[in-house]
Each structure stands twice: as structure tokens, then as C-alpha cells.
Design a protein around this ligand. Structure first.
Ligand code: VGL
Ligand code: ZN
Length: 207
């Protein structure tokens, strides 16, 4: 059984959003085409409380994109984004919703970030997504969305670590690229972990 995992395709990660990913909106039509090619589609949703520890605003004297230690873990400080029950946290308006059978929120604990849709950054708590997919007899996970160099990469790495045959859909994803080569580096890191890099056309052709 194959599952499509749509990572954080939310307003705040689109151009004009609080933590805009360059060309982030370009993944929406690709994600919509892909959904019909999969028997199972799930999504993750970055879902932070307003005082989340990953926000620069939660640390007086610190600036956006500074690096700190948050409860023993390295943490990049982000602009306030994806605050629960705000417009910015909603899934992108253009994203088809009919086939998404479950949405997994993450990053809800103010004390720890969660780039991966499966575990928090300290691997202390599971979101339940990996276990849920296993219970549905999913063997192959296809990860796409925003952002390649953060939440997409860590979701794919955790899926591979949990034993799923994991695929990264390159053209259905975009990177933040705080440094210009971050997305390219993420791709290499995923490859080294045994994750297959594929294009949406390869998957749609097979239909
Ligand atoms: C993300 C930074 C902070 C992401 C989420 O979805 O890639 N990046 N929160
Ligand atoms: Zn976040």
C-alpha cells in the first residue's frame, strides 16, 4: 500500500506568508494531480501555540534566524508562523482536501519543535503518524510539500528510519534555502539515507 504525505502546505509557507518558501505555491497543482494517483493521502500541519519556543519573538533579545539551544536541542529561531487557528496555519486554499483522510498536527508543544511529521526534533514523542500508516498496511511513503530542507526532509528521514520504503517527490516540494544550497544538500542527505528521489511525472505515468 502506497501513501502520499503532503507536508505543511499551509498559507504561512506560501509567498506572502509569515515564513514564505520561494515558489511554495508551485507545489499546490502538483500535489492536487498526485492525490488522485494514490489510494491513501495524509497531510501534516505545522500547528504552533502563540508562545512557541521556535519563534524569535519568544526570546527577548534574539532575532529571526538566530540559533539557540531550546531545552537541550539546537533551534533555529523563526518568524511567528502557523499559529493554531489562524489563517496562516490553514492548509492552502487551492489544495484539494477531498482525498486527505487525516491531518497530523505537529509542533504543538511550546518547548520543542517538530520538523518531522512523525516525531518531534528530540525524538521524544511520536505524532502517531508512522504508527497510523503502519496500521493501514502502508509500505511505501511518498513525501512532498514544504519545506524540502526542513519538514519534508525530516519527515522522509523518519519514515525511512521507521522502515517505510521512502520516496521524495522533488517537483512537488520546495526549499526555504536560508543558504542557497540547503535544498540540494537535503536531497543528498535523503539519498544517503536510502530515500528514492522521484518526479511527479514518473508517478502519474504509472497510472
Ligand atoms: C517548517 C520551519 C519551521 C517547515 C516549519 O514546514 O519546513 N520550517 N517550521
Ligand atoms: Zn514551525
Amino acid at each position: 500500500m502506497k501513501a502520499l504525505v503532503l507536508v505543511d502546505i499551509q498559507n504561512d509557507f506560501l509567498p506572502g506568508g509569515a515564513l514564505a518558501v520561494p515558489d511554495g505555491d508551485k507545489v499546490i497543482p502538483v500535489a492536487n494531480r498526485l492525490q488522485v494517483a494514490f489510494p491513501l493521502v495524509v497531510a501534516t500541519q505545522d500547528w504552533h501555540p502563540a508562545n512557541h519556543g521556535s519563534f524569535a519573538a519568544s526570546h527577548p533579545g534574539k532575532k529571526e534566524f538566530d540559533h539557540i539551544e531550546l531545552n537541550g536541542l539546537p533551534q533555529t529561531l523563526w518568524p511567528v508562523h502557523c499559529v493554531q487557528n489562524t489563517k496562516g496555519a490553514e492548509l492552502a486554499a487551492g489544495l484539494s482536501r477531498e482525498r486527505i483522510i487525516k491531518v497530523f498536527p505537529k509542533g504543538t508543544d511550546p518547548g520543542i519543535d517538530s520538523y518531522s511529521g512523525l516525531f518531534d526534533n528530540g525524538h521524544r514523542k511520536s505524532t502517531g503518524q508512522g504508527e497510523w500508516l503502519k496500521a493501514k498496511d502502508v509500505t511505501d511513503v511518498f513525501v512532498s510539500g514544504l519545506a524540502t530542507d526542513y519538514c519534508v526532509k525530516f519527515t522522509a528521514l523518519d519514515a525511512a528510519q521507521m522502515g517505510f520504503k521512502t520516496h521524495f517527490i522533488e517537483d512537488a516540494s520546495r526549499g526555504v534555502n536560508l543558504r542557497p544550497d540547503d535544498a540540494a544538500k537535503a536531497l543528498e542527505e535523503m539519498r544517503r539515507a536510502g530515500i528514492a528521489v522521484v518526479q511527479s511525472a514518473d508517478l502519474l505515468r504509472a497510472e
